[in-house]
Design a protein around this ligand. Sequence first.
Ligand SMILES: O=C(O)CCC(=O)C(=O)O
Ligand SMILES: [Fe+2]
Length: 241
Amino acid sequence: MLDQDQINAFKDQGHLILPGFVEADMVRQWQEQFWQHLDCSIDEPDKWPDRVEGFQPDPVFGDLPELQGIVKQVGGGHFSGGGCGVLVRWPQKQEQWSMPESGHLDGYPGEGCQAVLMIGATTYLHDVESQGGAYTYWPASHHIAHRYFREHPHQIEGTFRETSEWEERGWGIFSDDSPEPPREFVAKAGDVILWHGWLCHTGSTNVRPSPRVGFFSRWIHEDDAGVRKAIPEDPWHHWAI
Ligand SMILES: O=C(O)CCC(=O)C(=O)O
Ligand SMILES: [Fe+2]
């Protein structure tokens, strides 16, 4: 469960970092499962596959009781989802690293809006250093999306990608006016970042020797259609915090 200071920081910054959230023993088990699935080890880069298919940790990240407890706390029991996306960014040492220039909001993969994301959680299977393929985000940018969708409530359906502003700025609509520059989630294995569904974010290039193995869990509101119908003045209207 989060304490009041953590809740305040999450609301203010649109994200919250929980160091050492996943127990070391769990991380070790997940590491074993992962490398067993790939039939090689982290010390055998020559054997690493290009793509990782069909891997799910057991238990899945989104099922960890401590994480479910937090999601229940912040969503008042009305958020549904969890699961575990597994996103691997293998080292690309020949690439030049630079900080990503723009990000995206989850929920808008193709045309239209898949669902309005409420909260996401990300952890790493191995430590990730700077320029190591970190999840990268614009701190406090969730306020920008809230302002934008208050002004343009229908664009919640994804039609912001049909506007002239989009032509000019793309996803910059949700990050250009961010109070701070983008930041990498540089973290130890098992550290967790909770992020508001409207936090602008993206992946980044990995030019370090270690693979970036990210686990992603996401929750939407059980009444997603209702959430889309009106953008409340209080950005926390659908939350329990
Ligand atoms: O790989 C990352 O760190 C970010 C991936 C991402 O933004 C996504 O899967 O929606
Ligand atoms: Fe994303």
